[in-house]
Design a protein. Structure first.
Lengths: 359, 359
């Protein structure tokens, strides 16, 4: 193609585009995703990827999605996001907290592209955030843990001491204490989202300390395998159902169901109705689901857990006063519930947790 | 039968041909790998090697190539000097980390003071950090005859732990909501290693890499030190007679390569990365060893090898996105490059004879 014919074709394309002529039969809108782990992590990234596929299917050819997996949080994330934007993706999802600065930078450079950042708190006109109230699921895990533990020691594998994890620890502990006043919680920080070796070590350490129920805020099934080895330890599926480990050690799970949300956001974008906002869904909206509670759990305990789930779905807040902070000061008075801002920035333990929160 | 006959001197022809052969072999074996994964092999290879240079949006990716190649070239050109003298610094990764910690540490210590002297001071601090970390194996070797390969490699792990400690402890961003990692230096104008010309990807580190290539070329070809280094590597006994002091050579080589690796780390943390984080070191120090050998330990060769290596990173990302190749396949692909290079190096030092031994 010589330069002149190139120019004329470009001009023709431009004219056709402005005139709104369907040059090519309505091309699907491109949507991109970056994941912090491999899509096969069977936890966090796996759930996002399942939802991506389901939402793409639901839109029936109106969108075309691509993804990049195992994108480290840092400069590589910025390049990956830029790459997605340059490739013509109109809507881009960054699905890990640590992508925050990268997605803010790239959103600034591409004002016409829409971005969504999972679990973040920085927004712009073309950058929305979305998150799930995982702590609601943790309350049910806490209830089960409090009932099922014999050693009265619950272990918690934390990823990073950020509000999202602190919410989970507090929520689980509050619910467990309600049904078992002697229960204690031990926390190990893995400082990773996905690292089977580290997660297995953390689980082994907790089991060695006498914990017989283990919750995890990391994405692999390594802790489940460790618990299975130990034999008398219960666990919960994290992010995905992890039902391969049912009925024991896995006795329940908190499932992140992003499909309705992605489907809605895809549709909004296709119809030109997308606007930046902060979504925070829970059990009521179906973003947080409770996986099957297995036969390893006595019937009355299972019924109690499901009752709690219904209560939460109907508006009961897992953090309902009276609740004190770890230092003994009053956090919530009788019947009081915190506002979302306090939950989103939660940086303290509730009374009764003996561990120290890394600052 | 195949027989190998040692060449009296390494073949000049093969020494420059093997890198090209290795690249071609990697393309073929990589293509096979991709085909086995059910991806179009030619398309994948084309995406990796062509797309970032001449594809759509190449303007952006060429810049990113410099961002990736800069630190690789800077580190590798320092390493090559030592390798020529038979002094094996395997711990550039550690020196890279220490340079970043020292450079960023200085900036974080004086935050938020603005001064035009801050950045130059950080450059010096970064170089000193890497230099001192390189001095540990150097002095241990000189004084106690320890093996610099082991000591420098082990010090990488020490540096990594120090990095994690910094990211979770003293250097943690007080406004980071508990997430590990320092303040982002990109948001600190005096410390930000910005692109010199916007959009080109070229920051001070890329310029430094070019200067290093030229300086080391001059050093090796025109300076008495370069002569000593070459003699020491090729004929250690002759070097003794020529008045080369081995101790001085060890200190010089490890100090120089340490300082250059430290500089690379400092330019990275103040620029593309912006933050001291647990996973800040992305393996540049180890990849640089491949680059040094791929470039035949020659500054100009290293320049080209660094760009080629960067191409496999950027192109690999693109292949992942456009063809849904798993990220692990790209890493295998990069590993093959070194594997084939070392394999074909046989041809440099040996003649291959086909047929049985003649009586």
């Amino acid at each position: 193609m010589n330069r002149r014919s190139f120019l004329t074709t470009t001009a023709a394309t431009a004219v056709a585009a402005t005139a709104g002529l369907p040059l090519r039969a309505a091309e699907p809108m491109k949507v991109g995703f970056i994941y912090v782990g491999p899509v096969g992590d069977m936890g966090w990234s796996f759930q996002h990827d399942q939802a991506r596929q389901a939402a793409e299917k639901a839109l029936g050819g109106k969108v075309k999605t691509t993804y990049m997996e195992s994108v480290p949080e840092g400069p590589d994330a910025e390049r990956a996001l830029t790459q997605l934007a340059l490739q013509g993706n109109q809507l881009i999802f960054a699905t890990s907290f640590g992508y925050m600065d990268a997605v803010v930078n790239v959103a600034k450079k591409f004002p016409k592209v829409k971005f969504e950042h999972a679990t973040g708190y920085k927004r712009a006109d073309n950058l929305g955030t979305y998150d799930a109230r995982f702590y609601e699921g943790r309350a049910i895990q806490g209830y089960l843990a409090g009932k099922m533990t014999k050693s009265n020691k619950i272990g918690y594998i934390g990823s990073f001491p950020i509000p999202e994890c602190v919410q989970g620890i507090n929520s689980a502990f509050v619910a467990a204490r309600k049904v078992n006043p002697d229960v204690e919680i031990k926390v190990v920080w893995a400082y990773t989202w996905f690292d089977p070796a580290k997660e297995a070590d953390a689980a082994a350490a907790l089991i060695a300390e006498g914990c017989d129920v283990i919750m995890q805020h990391t994405d692999s099934t390594a802790p489940q395998a460790k618990a299975q080895e130990a034999g008398n330890v219960y666990t919960f599926g994290q992010a995905s159902d992890m039902s391969a480990f049912a009925p024991k050690p896995r006795i329940g799970s908190t499932i992140d169901n992003w499909t309705p949300y992605y489907t809605k956001r895809f549709t909004d974008a296709v119809e030109g109705k997308w606007a930046s906002d902060a979504t925070w869904g829970g059990i009521a909206s179906g973003m947080v689901e409770i996986g099957e509670i297995t036969s390893a759990v006595p019937d009355d305990v299972k019924a109690g857990a499901l009752e709690l789930k219904d209560k939460i779905a109907k508006g009961y807040h897992p953090f309902t006063g009276p609740l004190n902070k770890q230092d003994g000061s009053v956090w919530l008075k009788d019947g009081e519930t915190p506002d979302d801002g306090v939950i989103a920035g939660m940086n303290f333990y509730v009374e009764g947790i003996k561990a120290e929160l890394p600052k | 039968m195949i027989r190998l006959i040692r060449r009296p001197t390494p073949s000049k022809f093969w020494s420059w041909t093997t890198p090209i052969l290795a690249v071609v072999a990697t393309m073929i074996a990589g293509g096979l790998l991709f085909a086995l994964l059910g991806k179009p092999p030619v398309e994948a290879i084309r995406t990796i090697f062509w797309e970032p240079l001449f594809g759509d949006n190449a303007d952006y990716f060429r810049g990113q190539l410099l961002v990736k190649a800069g630190p690789l070239i800077l580190i590798a050109s320092g390493l090559a000097v030592g390798f020529r003298a038979g002094i094996w610094n395997i711990g550039a990764e550690g020196q890279y980390i220490m340079g970043a910690i020292c450079g960023a540490g200085l900036a974080l210590a004086v935050y938020p003071a603005e001064s035009p002297w801050l950045f130059p001071a950080m450059v010096i601090a970064g170089a000193i950090g890497g230099f001192l970390w390189g001095m540990i194996p150097a002095l241990l070797k000189v004084w106690f005859g320890t093996n610099e390969i082991l000591v420098s490699l082990m010090l990488v792990y020490v540096a990594q732990n120090l990095l994690a400690y910094m990211a979770f402890g003293p250097m943690k961003n007080p406004q980071g909501m508990g997430f590990p990692g320092s303040r982002n230096l990109q948001q600190y104008p005096s410390a930000f290693n910005e692109e010199l010309i916007p959009g080109t990807g070229a920051h001070w580190g890329v310029l430094a890499a070019l200067v290093a290539v030229i300086a080391i070329y001059v050093l090796m070809q025109r300076h008495i030190m370069g002569f000593r280094i070459r003699v020491a590597g090729e004929a250690p006994r002759a070097a003794r007679f020529a008045g080369v002091v081995p101790a001085r050579l060890v200190v010089f080589c490890l100090g120089l390569s340490g300082a250059l690796a430290g500089l690379a780390g400092m330019f990275e943390v103040s620029g593309p990365s912006g933050q001291i984080t647990d996973g800040f070191n992305a393996g540049y120090g180890f990849t640089a060893i491949i680059v040094a050998f791929l470039g035949r330990l020659h500054p100009v060769g290293i320049l080209l090898a660094g760009l080629l290596m960067a191409l496999t990173y950027i192109g690999g990302d693109m292949a992942q996105m456009m063809l849904n190749l798993p990220s692990a396949a790209i890493q295998v692909f990069q590993g093959m490059l070194l594997f084939f290079l070392l394999g074909f190096d046989l041809l440099t030092n040996y003649r291959v004879r086909l047929g049985g031994a003649r009586a």
